[in-house]
Design a protein around this ligand. Structure first.
Ligand code: GCU
Length: 413
């Protein structure tokens, strides 16, 4: 066989191998996945203000640049939380306690969080598991959850003494001395809300308003606000060390996780699992899911101001590395999957890499090289952690174990 035919054969084998990895879905036939076809872009500068002032000290970062960046994310990407029409009263009630959860490894508390004012009332169900054998108050993981915390998913599995029915290996968390809590993403707002008056928003709207203004909170911002109410409860629970809470979430919930941690410094550590577009991935790369896809498929996850930047990402005064930077100096961990191309593993890494500039300014350790680490290698001993592993869009045993390692490294040193 001639060299040229061999080459053609090799290329077609490679193409088949690539396309068999993941069949394109209806929604992603027209997006770019090829590194060679990425647009050239310049990221907005983290350490220079729009007025041209260079940020050289931790003080200027905290007092000037971080608030500027948070305001931009609030007004242009996720949407700010408006003032409620009248003060919201919040109450906590532990409605059920099971001291023998998972064969006695933990105590499970079902907490009802009520939020109300003269416009109405909403309820959140917050689950808290406290490790029985650990020293208290215990550090805890806090999950933004897709699974309904009132469902059987959160019972111990009848088949595996270490897991919940939904597969999460909570026994490992209890064995390592961690608690675990979870809020359900649909308690306060729908998945892709169109009737915001059925959501927590009704407590915030003056007479006549039924929909968020262009700069006001979308679904992700609402989820973030809900997690903060969970944290309000933890501050009252003596079994949990509320100064060592690692917030985490996967995918849409990874996006909500980063926005929660960026704003609320009570969360001591953040873990983004395959958060992708509007999470850890850079907007400007437009690789995999992009802003247009996001706002056409899920118009209300972000605020409506974000729509204005569809196909105009270069005009955004922020990119997602700036969101990660707002978490500094608190540790942040980003997890990607090789076949999770929709979430742009490379864009997630680069975001964490560029955010590291702020970690270094604050005397912390960031990612040192622009090159992504080899697949399966986890960067744990750093304030910006990362791994990319084989496989798709999920949290696997390998991922859970690395999240625990990262928390151990920071919370137990
Ligand atoms: C969709 C969406 C992603 C999101 C994912 C999920 O795929 O496009 O942005 O992360 O759902 O939440 O699982």
């Amino acid at each position: 066989m001639k060299l040229s035919s061999l080459l053609v054969l090799a290329i077609s084998v490679a193409t088949v191998a690539q396309s068999s990895a993941r069949e394109p879905k209806e929604y992603d036939r027209d997006v770019n996945y090829e590194e060679e076809r990425l647009p050239a872009y310049d990221l907005p500068k983290l350490l220079v203000t729009p007025e041209g002032k260079k940020i050289k000290t931790a003080e200027d970062w905290h007092n000037i640049r971080r608030p500027q960046i948070l305001a931009l994310f609030s007004n242009l990407i996720y949407g700010r939380v408006p003032e409620p029409v009248s003060p919201i009263k919040q109450t906590f009630e532990v409605v059920k306690t099971d001291p023998n959860f998972m064969g006695g490894k933990a105590t499970r508390k079902d907490v009802k969080i009520k939020l109300g004012n003269d416009r109405g009332e909403m309820e959140m169900h917050f689950l808290v598991y406290v490790p029985n054998k650990a020293t208290k108050p215990a550090p805890t993981f806090f999950k933004h959850s897709f699974n309904n915390t009132k469902s059987k998913d959160f019972d111990a599995s009848p088949n595996d003494p270490n897991r919940l029915r939904n597969g999460w290996p909570l026994g490992d968390f209890f064995d390592r001395g961690y608690g675990f809590c979870a809020v359900y993403h649909e308690d306060l707002v729908g998945h892709n809300e169109v009737s915001f008056l059925d959501s927590i928003h009704k407590l915030f709207y003056p007479e006549g308003q039924s929909f968020p203004k262009a700069s006001e909170w979308g679904v992700l911002s609402t989820c973030a606000w809900g997690a903060m109410r969970g944290m309000d409860y933890l501050e009252t629970d003596d079994d949990i060390d509320h100064t060592r809470v690692a917030i985490m979430g996967h995918s849409k919930m990874g996006k909500a996780t980063l926005w929660t941690a960026a704003q609320d410094e009570r969360f001591a550590l953040a873990i983004s699992a395959q958060s992708g577009c509007a999470g850890a991935a850079l907007w400007r790369r437009k690789s995999g899911e992009n802003l247009k896809k996001m706002v056409t498929r899920f118009p209300y996850w972000l605020c409506r101001n974000a729509w204005k930047f569809v196909e105009q990402e270069d005009d955004l005064p922020v990119d997602q590395h700036m969101l990660l930077a707002c978490i500094a100096p608190r540790p942040v961990y980003v997890h990607s999957g090789v076949d999770d191309t929709w979430a742009d593993a490379r864009g997630e890494y680069l975001s964490a890499y560029h955010a590291s500039e702020v970690y270094r300014l604050l005397g912390k350790k960031g990612l040192e090289t622009e090159e992504s680490p080899e697949v399966g290698k986890a960067i744990i001993q750093s304030d910006v952690g990362y791994h990319n592993r084989e496989g798709c869009h999920s949290i696997d045993a390998f991922d859970w174990a690395r999240f625990l390692d990262f928390a151990d490294y920071h919370f137990k040193k």
